[in-house]
Design a protein around this ligand. Structure first.
Ligand SMILES: [Zn+2]
Length: 614
């Protein structure tokens, strides 16, 4: 009953608003109170029925949307709620299109998509273009100045890019051209089956929490990272597809559509209803390694790492689409600045695919087409090497703690960690550090963290730095080097997250050197552990990607883009929300329903943020 009264109280509070706003809030409240925004339409109808029953239809009628919602059919909940949201215009006014299905497409429902063109039309026609540039209010002069500055820096860093010729041939005004990235990933849909989501987002945004909290001044030419704010606002869903592995043709169709859409948006742009034309340029495809391998038809990736000991006849394919790492003579484990694989980057005539990816139709740098598919720091450190590093250090530290049995020693470690979180007023994210969490069932197994949140790795790294500072580890070589490695990576990441979108060369080098020092120390730790016949600090292909990102920063000659621009932690959050939606709608219409409900949920967020009036 308490739930119903809370809902009723909120319904009362919105009766003062217009019908459209009221309806939007009704839906939003249902989703909010039901927990995740992915609650079923059926639960929203039931809650509306309960509220109407409680306060009476006469009172509830002051908000027509509420009564209509309570009259919706529970057996056709998705359909009826969708009709209602369309009638009351509580859906973001972005056009939904339908892809014509090629022969061989297995998905039986309507293959709906939202084109980039539709999103750009919405942004310009509803005068919310500024949101994509990290501005809370429209200011055309400032918007154009920000974009002009972005493209000046981008051109200096990428002089060979095909974009400059396209811009010239099509008379593109770069001060009205939005730089965007395209992200793809699979979340867990119905019955935990993969559910692909692809979405665009601006390279520019409202910055990171850390950068914003340490900002001393607000520059007119504000070029910030796209991290803060609701993903329902700054992520633009374009397509979704259940079980992409099993439906190759549908996946190809979706990729072809996205590539053609992006080409059209840079060559032709969109005519604004306010006059003038705006454009959008997709600069990279980003996402986890699995998505990159799929989108770029990669024949060298993490999945082609040599799993068995090499023999004289072994011809390893390599693991990296940027270089020859993992092939004979080019150890991907080599973390030195002058590693042999650095000299094999983007060699012409040696592409990492047999079938040219359709995304290369989009203007890119022809001297390094493989770089169009950009690596992601967050997966590689926070959900990769950082987990192995922290897990190994936890295992080593546990040996020094009191308690006798291994479980008791880890319980002591948990106490220390929770105490640290309490003192630092930071969320612990986990309730216990155990051998299972650390992925260390026995001493022959390389510890490999089993947690799933990148935030957990960050919190653990901060805890380790504190632990090292207050404990005497002088006699332990592994822990001494681990201490230095922890300080290096914490400083490196802190500098990245405290920065904006563009980094001056000196800052790039400082950050890159800290990152490279961490990698070199990890390599030393792995070797020492191996020489001591112990199993700590295991190698993984993701460490090689970090080598690329950090070494590139060290060698930056121009002002360069912060590698966090390509990191996808915010996108992962968005994917998670869409996947939860996918679990709660009928499988036969999942693509259509996810897209429709995305626009309804987004509308509430856009409205709540005050960007859409009326
Ligand atoms: Zn490489």
């Amino acid at each position: 009953m308490h739930y119903i009264y809370r809902t009723a109280a909120c319904i009362w509070s919105i009766l003062k608003h217009s019908l459209m706003v009221a309806c939007a809030k009704v839906f939003r409240l249902q989703w909010t109170f039901a927990g995740p925004e992915a609650s079923t339409c059926r639960s929203a109808i039931r809650a509306a029925k309960a509220v109407v029953s409680d306060i009476g239809e006469v009172s509830a009628a002051k908000s027509n949307g509420l009564v209509r919602l309570s009259h919706c059919s529970e057996s056709h909940s998705e359909r009826d709620v969708e009709v209602l949201s369309r009638q009351y215009k509580i859906r973001l006014p972005v056009q939904i299109s339908e892809l014509k299905k090629s022969p061989g497409v297995r998905y039986m429902g309507s293959f709906k998509v939202i084109s980039l063109r539709s999103w750009i039309e919405f942004l310009t026609n509803f005068n919310v273009w500024h949101v994509m540039l990290g501005l809370h209010h429209p200011d055309e002069a400032r918007e154009r100045a920000i974009l002009t500055e972005f493209w000046r820096l981008y051109k200096a860093a990428n002089p060979q890019h095909m974009l400059w010729q396209v811009v010239e041939e099509n008379s593109v005004d770069l001060s009205k051209c939005l730089p965007i990235l395209c992200h793809g990933d699979e979340g867990r849909g119905r019955k935990k089956s993969p559910f692909l989501i692809t979405a665009y987002h601006s390279c520019l945004g409202f910055g990171t929490d850390l950068a914003n909290s340490t900002r001393a001044r607000r520059p007119y030419l504000s070029l910030r990272l796209n991290y803060c704010g609701s993903t329902h606002i700054h992520r633009m869903l374009t397509g979704c597809l259940p079980k992409m592995v099993k439906d190759e043709q549908a996946f190809k169709d979706l990729c072809s559509f996205m590539a053609a859409d992006c080409v059209s948006m840079i060559e032709q742009g969109v005519e604004s209803k306010h006059g003038g034309r705006v454009w959008a340029a997709c600069l990279n495809i980003v996402g986890d390694w699995m998505w990159l391998a799929k989108a770029a038809n990669l024949e060298r990736s993490f999945s082609t790492v040599q799993k068995r000991p090499w023999t004289a006849a072994s011809v390893p394919k390599g693991i990296c689409h940027w270089c020859h790492a993992g092939r004979r003579g080019f150890d991907f484990e080599d973390m030195s600045m002058n590693a042999a694989h650095r000299g094999t980057m983007f060699l012409q005539g040696d592409q990492p695919w047999s079938t040219r990816p359709v995304f290369l139709d989009i203007p890119h740098d022809p001297s390094k087409p493989a770089a169009f598919f950009y690596f992601d720091l967050w997966h590689c450190f926070h959900l990769g090497m950082g987990k192995s590093f922290v897990a190994s250090v936890f295992a080593l530290i546990s040996d020094r703690l009191p308690g006798g049995a291994v479980d008791a020693r880890f319980a002591h470690l948990t106490d220390l960690y929770l105490q640290f979180c309490d003192e630092e007023r930071t969320a612990p994210y986990i309730t216990a550090i155990t051998t299972a969490l650390v992925g260390w069932p026995d001493r022959k197994t390389y510890p490999n963290g089993q947690w799933h949140k990148g935030h957990t790795t960050t919190a653990f790294c901060h805890f380790l730095e504190r632990w090292f500072a207050v404990n005497n580890i002088a006699g332990d070589l592994l822990l001494r080097k681990s201490h230095e490695a922890t300080v290096c990576i914490n400083r490196c990441l802190h500098m990245l997250y405290a920065s904006d979108l563009w980094l001056k060369p000196a800052k790039c080098q400082a950050i890159g050197q800290l990152g490279m020092r961490f990698l070199c120390l990890y390599q030393e730790l792995a070797k020492i552990s191996y020489d001591q016949n112990t199993s700590f600090y295991g190698y993984m292909p993701k460490s090689h990607i970090l080598h690329h990102l950090f070494a590139d920063l060290v060698q930056a000659q121009t002002t360069s883009m912060n590698c966090l621009a390509w990191a996808v932690q915010v996108d992962e959050d968005y994917i998670g929300k869409k996947s939860r939606l996918a679990r709660r709608v009928a499988p036969a219409t999942v693509v259509q329903r996810v897209i429709e409900r995305t626009l309804s949920i987004s509308y509430a967020h856009w409205h709540e943020a005050g960007y859409l009036k009326g």
